[in-house]
Ligand binder design. Structure first.
Ligand SMILES: CCOC(=O)Nc1nc2cc3nc(NC)[nH]c3cc2c(=O)[nH]1
Length: 375
């Protein structure tokens, strides 16, 4: 655990950029997509297969793991890497977003968030300090400050109050992190301010005052829509230091990823490839396919013959259709695996296009080909 966290910028092409994040557990090629490993598992996909798709880093959720099996038990197993057998870098969230979206009886105060577990109703308190303690017990290489993700829409004054709280929690998170984290670990600040440009500026400046090795853009992908999200990125990313990674949380569909890379985002996480895969939706260069659809019953072609991922190359759409109609476990397993492989191929294609100075052309061709809705 000696290699300190560092980010080196590679090629740039307009606002888009490539880079490499060095951690003590390996290098992350950016722009990067992080498969979501909510409860210490990327649902229905083995870690060796997640790695085979090209993922350099996965995400773990503090809220889920603190409730079950608890952070202390994961620590007794040697941390989340050993427990889950994922040997590469792990990023954990701070738990705030999921407490607000999953737990019951939650009460938010200056101190933190008290809530009842959605699993067994047990009472818990998440403070900036406790969130950092949990993320350190898990052994996360990249950690998040505890923040408040405001609902959308929200009034300007309520949004300002929320971002000010998140800034105070950023300070407390960093103080706690400096007390107990290792030099190989990094803590990101989270920019809030909803859809208000002046508030995004205020949040970005306040966080840089505190100083972080990376910055997340929070408060997005909460129903504001693609154009409003891009609009917030247009005003926010230019305010952030160019030599530090920018992470857009909870995003997104392939067209969201392309548009956000175009607006200089370096890191993404989203449950979409795995969650939609479990329900029969396959993501492809031409757009999403619902493999349960009758049109695929006799389809003898694979999802992507050009891929080296067995799930994309070795199975016909007709077989996948059959698996989902029969309710077979292998259906969600193969489609989650394929979707993760497609997402990594998209990220690799974007990294290559940026490095070769042809990202605009790539984005234009992708947007022309990738039909999100039929017709
Ligand atoms: C992943 C690290 O996140 C945090 O610790 N806080 C945080 N998480 C978010 C997750 C989000 N997911 C979506 N859409 C699916 N939007 C999100 C926003 C946040 C956020 O503001 N703050």
């Amino acid at each position: 655990m000696t290699t300190p966290f560092s980010f080196s910028l590679g090629a740039t092409d307009g606002q888009a950029r490539t880079g490499a994040i060095t951690t003590s557990r390996g290098t992350i090629r950016t722009p990067a997509f992080m498969p979501v490993g909510t409860a210490g598992t990327v649902k229905a996909v083995q870690m060796r297969d997640v790695k085979a798709t090209g993922a350099d880093i996965i995400l773990g959720n503090t809220y889920h793991l603190m409730l079950r099996p608890t952070a202390e038990r994961v620590a007794r197993f040697g941390g989340l890497h050993k427990f889950s057998t994922w040997e590469g870098p792990i990023l954990t969230d701070s738990g705030g977003f999921q407490v607000m979206s999953l737990s019951a009886m939650r009460k938010l105060t200056e101190e933190g968030v008290s809530f009842q577990s959605h699993i067994d109703g047990s009472k818990h308190m998440l403070t900036p300090e406790r969130s950092i303690e949990i993320q350190c017990l898990l052994g996360a290489d990249i950690q998040m400050q505890l923040d408040e993700c405001p609902p959308f829409p929200i009034s300007e004054e309520a949004s300002l109050e929320s971002l000010e709280l998140s800034v105070r929690w950023a300070k407390r998170s960093k103080a706690a992190f400096e007390e107990i984290a290792g030099r190989h670990q990094a803590l990101y600040g989270i920019v809030q301010g909803s859809v208000f440009p002046d508030q995004r500026k205020r949040s970005a400046e306040a966080l840089q005052e505190i100083g972080f090795p990376g910055y997340s853009v929070g408060g997005l992908a909460v129903g504001e829509g693609r154009e409003a999200m891009f609009g917030v990125l247009d005003v926010t990313t230019p305010l952030l230091p160019k030599d530090k990674p920018r992470y857009l949380m909870g995003v997104g569909k392939p067209l969201d990823l392309v548009g956000a890379v175009e607006r200089s985002i370096d890191m993404f996480d989203c449950v979409l490839p795995t969650r939609s895969g479990r329900h029969g939706q396959a993501w492809t260069w031409d757009g999403p396919l619902n493999l349960k659809n009758a049109q695929f019953v006799d389809d003898e072609t694979p999802l992507d013959p050009a891929s080296d991922c067995p799930a994309s190359r070795d199975y016909t759409k007709g077989y996948l259709n059959h698996l989902f109609r029969a309710g077979e476990y292998l259906g969600p397993m193969l489609l989650s695996w394929h979707n993760l492989d497609f997402y990594q191929r998209l990220m690799a294609a974007m990294r290559e296009a940026i490095a070769e100075g042809r990202f605009d052309q790539f984005a234009e061709e992708f947007r022309a080909r990738h039909r999100e809705r039929k017709g």
